[in-house]
Design a protein around this ligand. Sequence first.
Ligand code: CP
Ligand code: NVA
Length: 309
Amino acid sequence: MDLKGRSLLSLKDFTAEEIRFLLDESKRLKADFKAYNREKPLKGLTLGMIFQKRSTRTRVSTEVAMYYLGGHGIFLSSSDIQLGAGETIKDTAHVLSRMLDGVLARVYAHEDVKELAKYSTVPVINALSDKYHPLQILADLLTIEEHKDRLAGLKLAWSGDGNNVCNSLLIGCAKMGIDMSVATPKGYEPPNDVVELAMGFAEDTGAKIVITNNAEVAVKDADVVVTDTFISMGEEEQEKEKLVAFKDYIVSDELCANAKSDFIFMHCLPYKHKEATEEIFESENSVVFDEAENRLCTVMAVLNAFMGQ
Ligand code: CP
Ligand code: NVA
């Protein structure tokens, strides 16, 4: 499978076989991180890591991944580079492409990471935008497969905001044959273009995509229950109204009683203590830290495939 030189802005641009390849590569890398530290497949290569927003998991997993792969990751906070002081994305892309072998970027507007990729001559990896979070979903798919031994035929339920993580899960589930039911309050549904894309991919795999405002309906018989913060980065001023709107979408024991008895609970983290009860977050069904751990091997697989030989 040759992914070298491509950019990863959304999983929508990748086939199920390419996603399968990245998941299998992740498993291979996870089995022996240290072997890659010895082999150093990205020796001599550099990755710029632009962050317009905070990050724990994405930043640390990417820096560690570059170290294990033998390359070098350079953290570029947007408030410290000229991009944050008015230099255009286009000029930034031209300059970084002449010095680096890849660029990873966490941005506010998805259009900005698209613009970065348009003018870059090196691979660009989306490390979260307001629309998509593809690196997270590779880790999520791997975590589901580790706990459920399969992907196709499972049911995943989302209760919460129709946000970037939800959008990427819709694409990833549809492509891998997982049924996905999304429950959001009215007005917070995932965008139509994403739902249409997911429904199109689902036609090929037989996955069922359901968008509803009823959390019990979404969670009914689910194998996997997922939520995320109700207040994404950049939405802080909406906190008051959103917390009111989302009160019936909090993942609780009561809501999860509708799921299969062996359901797993997932959350990309950080957990803001409003979107799921402490009982669920700390329960035996919760696999949130396995999910966080899987950010490392999945980003290693991505960097190796897109930047390596
Ligand atoms: N899940 C995730 O992307 O976390 P960070 O914001 O810590 O990178
Ligand atoms: N939806 C969240 C995800 C954080 C990893 C956000 O965009 O802030």
